[in-house]
Design a protein around this ligand. Structure first.
Ligand SMILES: [Zn+2]
Length: 437
């Protein structure tokens, strides 16, 4: 058995039949736990006439209710937790949304699972004890930084917890410490590549050899460009805080789909309209059921990410299923520089101002590998008869309001009334010029 670059050969290379046994057993336990410990799930199951003993194997998964992001918000902050707060040792929360955030909680056991799946991720990327892993994902309520951190420590690497930003310092530490593995968002990696070129640091002075990049969608073209400019292998990883954070799935050295840690998270692909489970290999919405988490177990969580599954054994020796890079969303959420944004968030900011009309357009683009957001907005006629100073003050006010509501920097462009194209049907609010192939 090939154990090269495989952290947990037992779980990552077991036969499909064995995996079904593991999943079925863990699913039964989970269903029992959510039924008896979370009133919300008990009520949903009772309404459907389902008892815990009706769920015998993974084949019965399809009978269980779905969970959505709004279910998490409706039960804010701790309503879906399955253990008393005294057993929760960590809280994270989603970034970039207005109103109530999505709160997730971890027991000590859950932090162990998270470290395990991130250890598998780094190992698959070829990292080990002798590596220096520079973690430039944000630390804090966002799950990126700490998730990667614990995984890096678990494999025995030397972890550099620098967090995001502070680019000059990133480069200096990269040079001085001899960083070999970079973990951050792909757009930040591209920005670092550019800064290295401008800084006069010779690439030969750096020991960087692999990047572990996630938290936002990116293209194959962007991967090739980062690989060429940083002279590294760029590995894609996927995760979402509701399921655990980074480490839900990861690419191996063959870069042909992301292996899902399905002994912890069972994936399904559904039709987002009919909610029916789709046959193997079809494109649809990715749904996860967590089967080992204690703090916040989730049944059939709808990720809204569109992808397909591939159950063939991979050349790396892993038998765990692969998902394709996500190609889109089943809702209108945008991911901009790793931050989730719904056009409705912008709309609610604008609604509170009487200077603007309800006509706006968001233009998302990628310039020098960094996402940009422009808000084109019609303002009341009277502003065009007033002084330039007033227009500028208004622009400033809107910029500030949007930035503080979304956490994203935005370029506000005020336009005269009736200049944004009107639509007969559903208004077109977003133009996304980024090519995600
Ligand atoms: Zn593989």
């Amino acid at each position: 058995m090939a154990t090269n670059n495989i952290w947990n050969p037992h779980m990552e290379t077991m036969s499909r039949d064995q995996m079904r046994v593991v999943q079925s057993e863990r699913l039964r336990d989970t269903v029992e736990r959510v039924y008896y410990n979370i009133p919300y799930y008990r009520q949903r199951m009772q309404e459907m006439g389902l008892a815990p003993e009706d769920i015998k194997s993974v084949d019965d998964l399809k009978h269980l209710p779905f969970t959505t992001k709004s279910d998490l918000r409706d039960n804010y902050p701790f309503g879906l937790f399955a253990v008393p707060m005294s057993e929760i040792i960590r809280i994270h929360a989603s970034s970039g949304t207005t109103g109530k955030a999505t709160v997730v909680g971890y027991t000590r056991h859950d932090i162990g699972i998270w470290s395990e799946v991130m250890a598998r991720t780094f190992t698959a990327a070829g990292a080990g004890k002798s590596d220096f892993i520079q973690i430039a994902y944000g630390y804090g309520l966002f799950t990126g930084g700490l998730g990667a951190h614990y995984g890096g420590e678990k494999i025995g690497a030397t972890v550099i917890p620098i967090s995001g930003g502070n680019t000059k310092r990133q480069l200096q530490l990269m040079e001085d410490f001899g960083t070999t593995v970079l973990a951050c968002t792909p757009s930040y990696a591209a920005y670092l590549a550019e800064t290295i070129e401008e800084s006069g640091i010779s690439r030969d002075e750096l020991k960087l050899r692999v990047g572990v990049f996630g938290a936002e969608p990116w293209t194959e073209n962007m991967r090739r460009e980062i690989e060429k400019r940083l002279r590294i292998k760029a590995i894609d990883i996927y995760g979402l805080s509701e399921v655990i954070g980074p480490g839900v799935s990861f690419e191996c050295e063959h870069q042909c789909g992301l292996h899902i840690n399905e002994d912890h998270f069972i994936p399904e692909i559904i039709d987002p309209d009919t909610l029916e489970v789709l046959p193997e290999g079809e494109l649809g919405e990715l749904v996860f059921t967590t089967i080992t988490k204690e703090g916040l177990p989730l049944i059939r969580y709808r990720t809204r990410d569109l992808t397909r599954l591939n159950f063939d054994k991979c050349a790396c020796g892993r038998t765990i299923v692969r998902m394709n890079k996500c190609t889109g969303r089943s809702d209108d959420m945008l991911i901009i520089r790793g931050v989730n944004l719904f056009p409705s968030q912008i709309e609610s900011v604008l609604m509170e101002m009487d200077e603007t009309t309800p006509h706006y357009l968001l233009v998302v683009d990628r310039v020098n590998n960094l996402d940009t957001l422009e808000l084109q907005l019609e303002v009341e006629d009277r502003f065009y008869s007033d002084t330039i100073g007033e227009l500028q003050a208004l622009r400033k006010k809107i910029t500030h309001a949007v930035e503080s509501a979304t956490g994203l920097s935005v370029n506000v462009k005020l336009v005269e009334p009736k200049t944004i194209e009107r639509s007969e049907g559903k208004a077109k609010r977003v133009i996304d010029k980024r090519k995600l192939v």
